[in-house]
Ligand binder design. Sequence first.
Ligand SMILES: CC(C)(COP(=O)(O)OP(=O)(O)OC[C@H]1O[C@@H](n2cnc3c(N)ncnc32)[C@H](O)[C@@H]1OP(=O)(O)O)[C@@H](O)C(=O)NCCC(=O)NCCS
Length: 154
Amino acid sequence: MAEVGPPPAVTVSPMRPEHVRRVAEIERESFTTPWSEETFGGLLGRSGVVILVMTGSDGEILGYSVLWCILDQGELANIAIESGHRRLGYGRLLLEHVLDEARVRGVEELFLEVRASNAAAIRLYESFGFTRVGLRKDYYDRPREDAHLMVVHL
Ligand SMILES: CC(C)(COP(=O)(O)OP(=O)(O)OC[C@H]1O[C@@H](n2cnc3c(N)ncnc32)[C@H](O)[C@@H]1OP(=O)(O)O)[C@@H](O)C(=O)NCCC(=O)NCCS
């Protein structure tokens, strides 16, 4: 019988220039209107922007997240796990790090937008206490779709 347990050892650290190319690849396989490599590169070192990269034991990038912090408010702008590693607990682990990072930076309310049809992400967010507080009509393109606005109080 297959054993079920915690994900194997991973490291979560700030994105560095050498990570940008792979992060942008995962972004392209995860979203229909992906951010470009230039966008990710341009965010490096910007104040209030925290991009975390999760790497496996052999150094491969498993996922990343983008957090904006402005005073006591934050926004989870982006989070994705590489498609071959989903449903293994990495998303949950990465989100734990994002929330810790937000708390350390004094964020009290963390917001995000999510496609109304993205049941996987919505379940993940709800399990961390995020609740729906608004609907942004036709917020997304390709396909055109509403966004749920969600928030968690830290
Ligand atoms: C959303 C995403 C980051 C989740 O990462 P993940 O590593 O697969 O998630 P985990 O394995 O840690 O799962 C955590 C919880 O999320 C929910 N979940 C994840 N995938 C799910 C799926 N396919 N269907 C339903 N629930 C799902 C479950 O509640 C799960 O907990 P459980 O396994 O105890 O049931 C990942 O699916 C992803 O990268 N999707 C594409 C990018 C994206 O949509 N990002 C969010 C933008 S707002």
